[in-house]
Design a protein around this ligand. Sequence first.
Ligand SMILES: [Zn+2]
Length: 367
Amino acid sequence: MNTLTRPDRRSHRTGRTRQSRATRLLTFGATAVAGLMISLSGASAHGPDPTLSGGPFGQNQALHFRWRAGSEPTTAIKTAINAAAAAANASRGSKAATFTYDAAGSNPIGYGTGATCGVNGLACFTRTVPTSFTMWLREQGHVFDWGTLKWCQAYTTPPSGCYDAETIALDEFGHIEVLDHHANYAGDSDYQDAVVQTFSRTKPAAGWNMHTFGRCDVATLQRQYDMQSWTAKYSTCLALTTVLTLTAAPTAVLFGAPTTLTATLTVANYASYLRLGGNPISGRVVALQRRAPGTTTWLSVGTMAVGSSAGTYVLSQGLTADAEYRAVFTSSTTEGLNGSTSPTIRVYVGGCIGAAARDVAITVPCI
Ligand SMILES: [Zn+2]
């Protein structure tokens, strides 16, 4: 378990702050070009969200929160925070910690003038893994240097320029899990790949009311907390290398006798994949292909059936001549797994004499 005691703290800054920063960048002279290029290359580092220090909470750890005494949110803001907690739980796509309101919970969430956020923060948090967290939201009407905070939840008909408290609270819950702000492409074309963003958007800008974690939030939660099951989909913000192996049992058969081919599909066991490395991958489509030895054209045999252990796929074949086989897993656009092809294996036909010559096992005893 991680025993970090130093709380992390991140704050939201406003779109207006960002806009004025961008404007300043554009007004820089030629001497600022080098700095601008560094800024752009950093902004193009699209991928899974970076992480905060301190590491993740426990897998599926149940974190209970209460309203901070003396700083309770308004009814509308409470509803938004509870909805954000439910959204985090429902869209985490992983064994990330869960958030549940509990009057006796040990983690306070506050609202109002007591907020300890940075000067530009709409909301903020602390996290102390593995024991606790805190969260604050600023009060409706809080005056920043750019203007006055409007929570959309404070209105029957939310006006343009309001912040959605559920979206902001979901960002904070993402931080508490371990997520740092997503690095967007220059131009922010991928803004909606993450709800955990440095700059929150206001109504009606795209993404102002995201109520689920984005795919690049989920990607990091999967790496940090692992999958909920071996059949669950990997985030499309990932592009994980897969490994496919193939065995035959037996590897030599009598004329017309069957052999069973078993493929095993896993995530490559790279340290950089954190908890995902080496995972069995179940319930996908793995195809078996066959060719005559000495030829180059592969023929499709069919889709392999789901095997009895995680990540395995099986298909039996009756043989009248030696054959070579390989298994193929094709990547899809619906998840972040790269395709892979197994090494080629050969199955022999010919009984005891052939088996003895090749030192391979066959199904019947040789006498
Ligand atoms: Zn944030």
